[in-house]
Design a protein around this ligand. Sequence first.
Ligand code: HEM
Ligand code: HEM
Length: 190
Amino acid sequence: MGIGNIGQARYSAVSMIFHWVIAVMVIWNWRLAENAEHATREQAMAIFADHKALGIAILALSLARLLWRLTHKVPPLPANYATWERVLARTTHVLFYVLLIGLPVGGWLANSLAGREIDMFGLFTIPPLPVGRNGELGSRIFDLHAAGGTIMVYLIGLHILGALKHTFFDRDGGIFRMLPFGRVSREVRR
Ligand code: HEM
Ligand code: HEM
């Protein structure tokens, strides 16, 4: 059975690719930021150069993903979801989109307030946003950025717990809704 004819019970191939590519990039970028904490100043500079470039790549992909999301249908949640599960799942997903765009925009803004550009892996550079210089505001935004990053990590944990619960406990699809194989529940409430 190909991805094309599995109907509405799971996400589309495009959604799956966006989901897994961005998920790997986000987890990678979080690990980069964490590694910088235990590095020398010089190493930290190099790590943050990668963190910033990867963050901007995540921003570009997330904007494309959101545009796709808003213009295409997604599979409804399985019928057996309790109301609290629907609300929790949807809230987590909305917060993910807010953070996927808010974190890199905040990082870019704070970086710009320090007058810095972003080197995209040596391919090209992203100029600072035209916001002038304000180091103090920049470091406050970085504090918010770090807090937002921590919130995102907890949300990822919650999201994985939800996927595990629905895969192995409720057995209504769970992770298979985001994968092109495995059994998913076709019973939906419209
Ligand atoms: C989706 C993309 C991004 C994610 C998920 C992310 C996540 C994080 C996380 C988890 C931290 C560490 C917080 C901590 O434990 O202290 C961090 C720190 C940082 N990020 Fe990002 N980030 C992203 C994009 C960016 C971008 C685009 C920039 C700059 C252009 C940036 C610049 C920084 C800097 C400079 C720090 C250190 C902040 C500090 O400790 O004062 N990040 N980020
Ligand atoms: C950085 C990590 C991740 C982010 C930012 C993320 C983000 C998202 C978002 C925004 C959605 C909603 C899609 C939409 O309706 O537009 C979603 C759905 C989903 N994610 Fe993740 N995800 C991440 C990691 C994971 C992991 C590790 C798993 C598996 C353990 C997973 C499993 C799923 C599943 C199964 C769905 C479909 C939910 C449903 O049944 O409707 N995700 N994810």
